[in-house]
Design a protein around this ligand. Structure first.
Ligand SMILES: Cc1cc2nc3c(=O)[nH]c(=O)nc-3n(C[C@H](O)[C@H](O)[C@H](O)COP(=O)(O)OP(=O)(O)OC[C@H]3O[C@@H](n4cnc5c(N)ncnc54)[C@H](O)[C@@H]3O)c2cc1C
Length: 404
């Protein structure tokens, strides 16, 4: 039987980031994913706004220098309230990255580019064994180790299944995590009758590296800077609306969708042109009852799902990874067990309260962004005005915005 320090289930962006970060500290890693080896950049149309301190984690993982040039810097986060009688901006709050400790908010990168950079990094590492077309189908944990059964998805023969013994198993297998179920960890999920439609647009006016979140009704419409496309300013769009409206938008021709988003962005960018396929994501939030079981830690979407407000999802995942990396580095230094119950309990103590607070906070913000009645929209406007004008509140918003 093959033995390893860490087995990571899930080779999404979070699982691969975890593999690179833990490998940088000298741990032996096996990472598995059902996707085939030739998946390349994959089909994920989303982009990720990488914020500090997540960038620091990717730097320690030795991959940020490859990811950064593929993205666009985010210098300013702009929130626009347009929830008045007419479709015009009535309050605009700018949060400048120069006001943060590190002097910037982050970088917006396509998930495809991040994926390519991470796969290239892992391929260079002798202490990472990436198994493609491989699914975790069994998990048996004891106090001393965990045995994980892997099925070879290229073979129909069950005798090709393999068991790997690990000191620690990381569940990075996404929102429907089967490892979480195998370990008997319950979770709570709620839906919003709201979807996000994502695509890329080009526009006439430059974005000036400003990320713009427009609030009217139904959810925020966010345009996040991207590098120029065919010589034109370009942004990625995350448009959160009632689910029915997202389906209607998705059914439109490129011309009709371009006209619709030009109207809803109130000419802030000039005419917009849809420049990519689209994807629709039903909005849910999810939290587990625990983050750990014997020899197992949940990270990323196995541990938390939030609507894409304030670019928190993957950034929270990078925080999970950094916390585990720090705890394991300390254990390794003292020749202690990296999968010990005491270490895992420290992980849960540090991450679970933060996870619950952040999921709860984003839930509140999302419900506020969905307000339809005028009185509630006015209340949201008063809140944004206060955030914009009251110094300590502004500072807090900036701190939360960078994921601290
Ligand atoms: C519209 C939208 C915009 C977003 N924008 C941002 C943003 O700007 N910033 C940000 O921080 N976050 C953002 N997020 C969140 C972020 O995209 C997700 O948190 C992140 O991509 C999820 O990554 P993951 O690796 O946890 O999950 P996934 O990408 O779902 O990866 C899970 C992997 O596990 C594998 N798997 C499944 N079952 C098994 C098994 N049994 N064995 C082995 N492997 C298995 C799957 O094949 C998959 O590759 C956004 C989300 C949405 C919906």
């Amino acid at each position: 039987m093959i033995e390893t320090d860490i087995l990571i289930a899930g080779g999404g962006i979070a699982g691969m980031s975890a593999a690179a970060r833990f490998a940088a500290d000298g741990h032996q890693i096996v990472i598995v994913d059902p996707a085939p080896a030739d998946i390349g950049e994959g089909s994920d149309l989303r982009t990720t706004a990488f914020l500090e301190p997540g960038i620091e984690t990717l730097t320690k993982a030795g991959v940020w220098d490859a990811i950064k040039p593929t993205g666009a810097e985010l210098r300013v986060m702009r929130i626009v309230d347009a929830g008045g009688e007419t479709r015009t901006p009535r309050e605009t709050a700018d949060f400048d990255g120069a006001e943060t400790k590190q002097g910037f908010f982050g970088w917006n990168v396509s998930n495809k580019a991040a994926r390519v950079a991470l796969m290239a990094k892992l391929a260079q590492l002798d202490n990472v064994d990436f198994r493609f077309s491989t699914t975790v189908t069994g998990f048996k944990n004891t106090a001393r180790f965990a045995d994980v059964t892997l099925s070879d998805d290229k073979s129909d023969d069950e005798s090709d299944d393999e068991t790997i013994r690990a000191k620690l198993v990381i569940a990075a297998d996404g929102r429907n995590s089967s490892l979480r179920d195998m370990a008997g960890i319950e979770h709570k999920r709620w839906a919003y009758d709201q979807s996000a439609i994502v695509f890329v647009v080009t526009h006439d006016k430059p974005h000036d590296n400003i990320s713009t979140e427009i609030h009217r009704t139904g959810g925020p419409l966010t345009l996040v800077p991207m590098p120029d496309l065919d010589g034109k300013p370009c942004s990625s769009v995350v448009w959160m609306t009632p689910a029915k409206r997202a389906d209607e938008l998705n059914a439109m021709s490129n011309e009709a969708l371009s006209a619709e988003i030009t109207h809803d962005t109130m000419n802030l960018f000039g005419p917009l042109s849809v420049a990519s396929p689209r994807a629709v994501w039903p909005m849910i939030a999810q939290v587990p009852s625990r983050l750990i079981a014997a020899r197992l830690a949940l990270i990323a979407e196995a541990a938390h799902v939030v609507p894409p407000i304030g670019a928190q999802g993957l950034n929270m995942s990078l925080h999970d990874i950094e916390t585990l990396a720090e705890l394991m580095a300390k254990a390794k230094l003292h020749n202690e067990d990296i999968g010990a119950t005491a270490l895992l309990k420290s992980y849960e103590r540090r991450q679970l309260p933060k996870t619950l607070a952040r999921v709860g906070g984003i839930d509140l913000l999302n419900r506020a962004s969905m307000f339809e009645p005028k009185t509630l929209r006015d209340l949201r406007y008063v809140g944004l005005s206060a955030l914009n004008r009251i110094g300590p509140l502004r500072k807090l918003a900036i701190k939360v915005g960078v994921g601290k």
